[in-house]
Each structure stands twice: as C-alpha cells, then as structure tokens.
Write a protein that binds this ligand. Structure first.
Ligand code: AQP
Length: 332
C-alpha cells in the first residue's frame, strides 16, 4: 500500500448533498486507490453553530454510511468520527498558540457566519480553522480533497505547518489542497450565486444524496432558470444555467463539449427531464448501498470503532512529536 496519505472530512450538519459529493466525497473515493485514506465525520465542527443535539448522533451515523455507500472501503481506508480521536483537540490547542489572531479574524467563512449569528458567535466558530488544521496535520497527509469553499482554510493549515516547522523543527508535512475543477463549487438550485449548502433552510435549494426520484423531479422542476433561449456553460450572467449543465455533465458522465452540443439548442422543457433522469440513475446505487449499510448498525459501529483506533494511534504520535518539539515535559 502507498504511504502517501490523504485526509478529508464532512460535517454532520444535515443531509449530505450533491455539492458535498461532487466537491469532496467522489474525489476521496478515487484517491483511496493510490493513497492511505483518512476520512472522518467532523462532529466537533458541527456544534460551532446552532444545531439540534437530538439529531447530531443520527447525522453522524448517516454521514458515515454515505461515505461507505459512495465507495469508501473501510478495509483500505480509515473511516472515523472526529470526536472519537481526542488527539485532534490536543493538537488544535497547541497549534492555537501559533495561530495569529488577526489572520483568524479575516477568514471569510468566519466573517460570513459570525455576521449571521451575531451575539451567538462562539469561540469554536472563531478557531474552527485551527481545529481543521489539526484534523489534517495529525495525519501528515500529502493531499486534502476539498471544494473551493475550503481553499482559504487549507492555506491557513499550510501556514501553521510552515510556521511550526520553522520555529520548532520539522514535525508536520505541508499538505496540498486537491480542488477538482468540475464540481468544486456546486451552486444552490434556487440561487446560482450561492453554494449548495446543508444548512440552507430551503430544501429545494439542494439535491440531497438520499433524495428519491419524486423529490429529484420536483426540485429540478422548481430549479431557478432564466428566460434566455438556448443553454450555455460559462456565462457569468446565467449562473443557474451553468450550474444545471455542470450537474448534468457530472451526473451523466459526459464531457463538457458533448453536453454543450447536446443541450445548446434545448429549452428547459426538454432539458429538465433529461437532468432528472441522469440524477436519479446517478444516485440510485448510492441509495441502495446506504440502505443496506444503515440496516446493520452494529457493523457500522464496529467500522467506526476500528477507524478511531487506527486514526488515534497516528494522531497521538503526531501530537506527542509536536509537544516534544515545543518543549513540553514528556509523559512517562
Ligand atoms: N456546494 C458545494 N460544492 C462543492 N463542494 C462543496 N462542499 C460543501 N459544499 C459544496 C465540500 O464538501 C465538503 C464537506 O463540507 P462540510 O460538510 O465540511 O461543510 P461545508 O463546506 O460548510 O458544507 P455545507 O454543505 O455548505 O454545510 P453547511 O451548510 O452546514 O455549512 C468540503 O470539502 C466542502 O468543500
């Protein structure tokens, strides 16, 4: 097995959607052939904004099952729940001592989310990127597959690794983001300028991976479009059309050029059923596997337990190395 590692996580903040899948999960699945994969459900990141405590555990299990149903192979890759590996928090604490306050306050996601949350903004939201850096650096990975929304956080991770290595010695590997061009930013079905998101209250704004044929049909039917004739990629004034064509391209497995030719002269009356059919066929196998995995919770729990044990050994070792480099007295 390759000794190159890849790390990626998803927050259990709701229904995993097509954007999560196209922007991150499918890349993780592809990378596990040539890399040691560490894939986790980022539950500690899910409690930094308003959330429903009654649903957290359920969303955590469902997200783990989505990973497996999408093709993560637990015999080759390590699948675990973030909070089951305490070294992530230990490492975040020590990285916090070199994380510049000013830089953290300028993180775009923090600025957006804290503006929305006002007085409810918590410390966990502010130092989210430091915990994310710890999540990644703990495994010394080469690559981190993410959607383009996480690019800035990845850059902070690189800065923290470099800063630490320069000051205390070479403990961390500086990871590279892997942002695929296609699918890096899937947009909302109701607003082509906002990204598809789990926490958007309007469920019609996204295709959930577990949406059945009727839901997909209705969501595509109601997806925002425009009145301009013909369908085209890449027109900045037509973000909704570009998004729907991109989704069709990825779900159908056709090339961009093929889709541009196939759909260029179509109206929405013809295109939307085509998109619906492509999506339903794309999602069906994932949904069948998901149902099977969720039907055996004991097996799922065993996979996550074993994953946390495997991940814990590596993350603990990195934490030990980092603390020793920083001058902490060793534990006997
Ligand atoms: N719309 C998107 N297009 C492409 N990639 C996306 N990702 C998220 N949304 C899109 C990628 O999915 C991975 C997991 O994301 P996350 O669960 O950690 O949190 P997020 O980025 O905040 O995703 P959401 O769905 O928008 O959740 P909420 O609404 O809770 O904030 C990441 O790699 C992300 O880039």
């Amino acid at each position: 097995m390759s000794n190159k590692r890849v790390v990626s996580g998803i927050r259990p903040t709701g229904n995993v959607h097509l954007g999560n899948y196209l922007g991150a999960i499918r890349n993780s699945v592809a990378l596990q052939d040539a890399h040691q994969g560490f894939f986790f459900i980022a539950d500690l990141h899910a409690v930094t904004e308003e959330y429903d405590a009654k649903l957290l555990a359920e969303h955590t299990c469902a997200t783990a099952a989505i990973y497996l149903a999408s093709g993560i192979d637990a015999t080759r890759s390590t699948l675990f729940v973030q909070s089951h590996v305490p070294a992530h928090c230990g490492l975040a604490r020590v990285l916090g001592s070199i994380a510049p306050f000013g830089l953290l306050s300028r993180m775009v996601q923090f600025k957006d989310k804290s503006e929305r949350q006002g007085a409810k903004t918590c410390l966990g939201l502010f130092d989210y990127p430091v915990l994310m850096a710890a999540d990644i650096l703990a495994y010394k990975p080469e690559l981190v597959p993410v959607g383009s929304d996480q690019k800035q956080h990845l850059e902070l991770t690189q800065q923290l690794a470099n800063r630490f290595n320069k000051r205390f010695g070479p403990v961390f590997v500086v990871p590279k983001p892997l942002i695929m061009q296609d699918g890096a930013r899937i947009m909302s079905l109701s607003d082509g300028n906002s990204k598809m998101s789990k926490s958007e209250p309007n469920d019609r704004s996204r295709i959930n991976l577990l949406d059945g044929a009727d839901a997909v049909k209705a969501k595509v039917h109601f997806a925002k479009t425009d009145l301009i004739k013909g369908l085209e990629f890449g027109n900045r004034d037509r973000p909704e059309v570009n998004n729907l064509l991109t989704i069709y391209q990825l779900a159908s497995g056709k090339s961009r050029e093929h889709v541009a030719t196939e759909c260029g002269d179509m109206g929405y009356g013809k295109f939307k059923p085509l998109l619906t059919d492509a999506l339903v066929s794309y999602l069906e196998p994932i949904q069948t596997r998901f149902a099977r995995i969720m039907g055996d919770r004991a097996e799922l729990d065993a996979i996550l337990k074993q994953g946390a044990e495997r991940a814990g050994v590596i993350a603990e070792e990195t934490l030990k190395q980092a603390m020793s480099a920083m001058g902490f007295a060793g534990r006997t």
